[in-house]
Design a protein around this ligand. Structure first.
Ligand code: PMP
Length: 402
């Protein structure tokens, strides 16, 4: 290998250092279904790091639908949607997503990441503007890097900053404002009413990424636009099937012409194989459950409210969250790893979020709820979190309230 490249690779020491200290928290192999309890290293661990918000990944009806699809269609599509890889079940899923998001049309991709790559890279040209919240997901940012447009970043959920930046842009350019509906690490919701007003004032198009909002907010879990009653004001909705919808893949929903344009322009769709039949069938089954069984979403919110009241009562700093994604701020990279590893030893799984994903002083544990958690699982996790934070010297950040 080239020596400069070898040096560049050797220069990356963060993972090695964490392994040497015994606090490396990534790629933990799970040998069970993604449920509220998982098996790691032969031990039962309570899962508080999953995006399966409705707890449907192990649901018998969804598993059965996916097994039936394998029987009928086999295991893979061996090609792109564009050529040999379109199945009738893909079209059925697109129709279901269009109806669910209340848009005229939808297009499914193999992952949510690929959706944002395709959407953000193909709508605008050299003299146009892509305007992003600083905390938007990496896939939105990476998509803009594949475009030739100018990228403008505004401070997180700061509507004055967004207004100021929009006011400087030329009238005749295309402007797209892209936001996460629920922000993936902070758990707060995009200020859609204000964004809609500003987009109207400055002639901008709105893209909302509902990856974390589907199944969580809006009518029967239809997402952020529905949550704010602004369905007809959001031009483009993107999303993933890998969280509440218990599968793998993603979609974009919009008007028929925009979807037809993306079908022929989005390279991450055209040059990549389509969703497996099992994945598509499991999303359809998950949508059936969302539409007919509101109790999952209700339970998710009961759990969220309960966890938040316990965490706030213990004095944890949980930021501005408004969702089942709860950031528990540690504000130090190494302590975040240490707390994650100590909790894992006590049978609690949480995700560490450290720099460069967030600045070191904003490093946090991402604690996420599922509809299937019990109150006693939540109590056990928070009790262990409180003990561990005190042991590592973090839980003096706010006085215990109670
Ligand atoms: N958007 C957001 C906001 C996400 O959090 C994620 C996944 N973490 C994605 C898009 C990508 O989705 P997928 O997992 O389907 O690639």
């Amino acid at each position: 290998m080239n020596k400069l490249l070898q040096a560049r690779i050797a220069h990356f020491t963060a993972a090695k250092e964490a392994r040497e200290k015994g606090i490396y928290p990534y790629f933990r192999p799970i040998s069970s279904a993604q449920d509220t309890e998982v098996i790691i290293d032969g031990k039962r661990v309570l899962m508080f790091g999953s995006n399966s918000y409705l707890g449907l990944t192990n649901h018998p009806r969804i598993k059965e639908a996916s097994q039936k699809a394998i029987e009928k269609y086999g295991t893979g599509c061996a090609g792109s949607r564009f050529l040999n890889g379109t199945l009738d079940i893909h079209i059925e899923l697109e129709n279901r997503i269009a109806a669910f998001t209340r848009k005229p049309a939808a297009l499914i991709f193999s992952t949510g990441f690929q959706v944002n790559l395709g959407v953000m890279s193909s709508l605008t040209g050299r003299n146009d503007y892509l305007i992003l919240d600083e905390y938007d997901h990496a896939s939105i940012y990476d998509g803009t890097r594949l475009s030739f447009s100018r990228v403008i970043k505004y401070a997180h959920n700061d509507m004055n900053d967004l207004a100021r930046r929009l006011s400087t842009l030329p009238e005749e350019s295309i402007k797209i404002i892209a936001v996460d509906g629920i922000f993936s690490m902070e758990g707060d919701i995009a200020k859609l009413p204000e964004i809609v007003a500003l987009a109207g004032q400055y002639g901008a198009t709105i893209v909302v990424d509902d990856a974390h909002s589907l199944g969580v907010i809006g009518h029967k879990g239809a997402g952020t636009a529905s949550h704010f009653n602004l369905d007809d004001k959001v031009d483009i909705i993107t999303g993933t099937f890998s969280k509440s919808l218990a599968s793998l893949g993603g979609f974009v929903a919009s008007d028929a012409d925009t979807i037809d344009y993306l079908k022929h322009q989005a390279r991450s769709l055209i040059f990549s194989a389509s969703m497996t039949p099992a994945s598509a069938a499991s999303v359809i089954a998950a949508l059936d459950i969302l539409e007919t069984e509101p109790q999952h979403m209700e339970q998710l919110w009961n759990n969220t409210r309960y966890a938040l009241s316990l965490l706030r009562g213990e004095g944890f700093d949980v930021g501005e969250t408004e969702s089942p994604i709860i950031p528990i701020y540690v504000r130090d990279n190494e302590k975040t790893f240490m707390v994650t590893s100590l909790l894992q030893q006590q049978g609690i799984f949480v995700n560490p979020v450290v720099s460069p994903a967030v600045p070191s002083q904003a490093s946090l544990l991402r604690f996420s709820l599922m509809a299937t958690h019990t109150f006693s699982q939540i109590e056990e996790a928070i009790e262990k979190l409180a003990l561990t934070f005190r042991q590592v010297g973090v839980l003096k950040i706010k006085e215990r309230i109670r």
